[in-house]
Design a protein. Structure first.
Length: 245
């Protein structure tokens, strides 16, 4: 016997048992349709979230702790709301952020405050975006993770590509030129590689050192969508019950 279908007996068309059977069949059909709709909504929502994540504006609070320092270069260990924990580098050597202090942040393609010697308008350059994306992925050739000297050199390269004081032409700049083209390293990245600037302000509104940020991993977005799916399914069930009744 197929347990997925209600057992019905063939009776007269106007009999009560036949009406009950028809109601059961209709209810099961509605349930199957509801499941398909819920799955479709989930898949569409998931696809939309992943494809549009690069256009999302991120904001929240930031607390950075200086983790590596050698001369003037550094890597900041960041603990933020919205973007989680990550390691970052600054985009303007002339503005400061205090280690351990909490700031507000908002993502942008524009570097604020901008570098006096940088591109106008100030933006994250393509060379900087490529370097940081490689660093964030753990695959930046020539970089020794956990080493202050490497952090110093990468920071100097980023400042150079951003037109900031204290920037230095070094092997990381050459790597960026080889990857995106010598004539393109100073172009605006426009969100390419998932990299953007984080504009920091103190809790009283004062300007602070802008740093690099990265679009969260797709797995983070997927997890968020999956958490919302039960609410969507519950809503569909409520609508179904209203129709059946």
């Amino acid at each position: 016997m197929d347990n997925s279908r209600p057992e019905c007996k063939v009776v007269a068309a106007d009999s009560k048992p036949n009406k009950i059977c028809n109601q059961k069949m209709k209810k099961m059909k509605t349930q199957n349709t509801t499941k398909r709709i819920a799955i479709l909504v989930g898949v569409v929502s998931l696809a939309f979230a992943i494809s549009s994540q690069a256009n999302i504006s991120y904001n929240g609070t930031y607390t950075g702790t200086l983790s590596l320092e050698n001369a003037y270069g550094d890597a900041d260990s960041v603990d933020s709301s919205g973007l989680g924990t990550f390691t970052s580098f600054c985009l303007n050597s002339q503005v400061y952020a205090n280690s351990g202090q909490t700031y507000n942040y908002v993502s942008s393609d524009t570097v604020v405050p901008g570098n006096p010697g940088g591109p106008v308008p100030n933006y994250v350059t393509l060379g900087t975006a490529w370097l940081y994306s490689q660093f964030d992925a753990g695959s930046l050739s020539g970089y020794t993770y956990g080493n202050a000297g490497s952090a110093n050199d990468l920071q100097a390269a980023i400042w150079y590509l951003q037109g900031s004081v204290n920037g230095q032409l070094n092997s990381f700049v050459y790597a960026a030129e080889a990857a995106v083209g010598t004539n393109n390293v100073s172009n605006a990245s426009g969100g390419q590689y998932g990299v953007f600037a984080l504009t920091l302000t103190s809790l009283t509104g004062g300007a602070a050192q802008p740093i690099l940020g990265m679009v969260p991993e797709p797995s983070t977005v997927v997890a968020g969508v999956l958490l919302l799916l039960p609410f969507g399914v519950s809503t569909v069930r409520i609508l179904r019950k209203g129709k059946v009744s």
